[in-house]
Design a protein around this ligand. Structure first.
Ligand SMILES: [Fe+2]
Ligand SMILES: [Fe+2]
Length: 267
């Protein structure tokens, strides 16, 4: 299924900011400020995101795990009356995938933590300021821009899987980096599909030029907040000046994989 020109335009407008998020992670891997403590910190924060992070469309703002879990409990008695069994199966699949991501990153944490330090406690994992700011921007976008806001928020989820893609690239370094790469590889395919679910169907919505433009603006704001969120998660490997440059578009865009996206969308 070929994407329409306005959809491609939206993706191209997002591609420099996808690259910005990738630059955060890539810079971090070789940053002199990187220590076992900063590794444990970003892993713990990632477990928070996989456990309690606010996915868009998460039921009742309960987060990526409790959201679908609660929804399944509520809709199961109405299966094939008001809610299709396929919808419930999809919820369970998404739940299983996100739980698998939580486990993957928590396992890396436990594997690399120094001897004598406590195991990761997922219940104790807290969010961080820049992530809270992103979440609040998402909710504001939804509240103020209705359906277009919801589409923008969904489109921006995952930021083109840049964390996982950059994580996979350090596999050949061995040691802790190989463990990180392995976890990222486990998550990557799922998240590529989650990212696509924010793109699939956009062409069928019959959006006007003005609505496409509105969506592009909202996506840009969300992706800028994502770069800041990711930089905070990784103990700020990029300077505020570099983040400002990225926000201003001074960066080569990522090459969006249209072939893979269109093949998956057709399947
Ligand atoms: Fe995930
Ligand atoms: Fe996801």
């Amino acid at each position: 299924m070929a994407m329409s020109p306005p959809l491609r335009h939206l993706i191209e407008s997002a591609a420099p900011l996808f690259a910005g998020e990738a630059e955060v992670v890539r810079t971090y891997w070789d940053s002199p400020a990187r220590t076992i403590e900063t590794d444990l910190r970003w892993l713990e924060l990632q477990v928070f995101k996989e456990f309690k992070g606010s996915g868009v469309g998460d039921y009742d703002n309960r987060g990526v795990i409790m959201g679908p879990l609660t929804e399944v409990l509520e809709v199961l008695p109405r299966m094939d009356i008001e809610v299709s069994r396929h919808r419930i199966r999809d919820l369970l699949e998404g739940l299983y995938e996100e739980f698998t991501h939580l486990v993957a990153f928590a396992d890396v944490y436990d594997a690399i933590r120094p001897e004598g330090t406590p195991r990761l406690d997922p219940h104790r994992c807290q969010g961080w300021d820049e992530d809270t700011a992103l979440t609040q921007l998402r909710y504001r976008t939804l509240a103020e821009h209705g359906e277009i806001g919801a589409r923008a928020s969904k489109f921006s989820e995952g930021g083109y899987c840049t964390l996982f893609r950059e994580g996979m690239r350090i596999a050949d370094r061995g040691g802790n980096d190989a463990l990180i790469a392995d976890a990222c590889a486990k998550v990557y395919d799922d998240e590529f599909e989650h990212m696509l679910s924010g793109i699939i169907g956009l062409d069928a919505e019959g959006m006007t030029d003005a609505e496409w433009a509105e969506m592009e603006t909202l996506v840009g704001e969300l992706l800028k907040a994502r770069v800041v969120m990711r930089n905070g998660q990784f103990s700020n490997p990029l300077s505020p000046e570099r983040v400002a440059e990225i926000h201003a578009g001074k960066i080569d865009p990522v090459a969006f994989d249209y072939d893979r996206a269109e093949t998956l969308m057709a399947a």
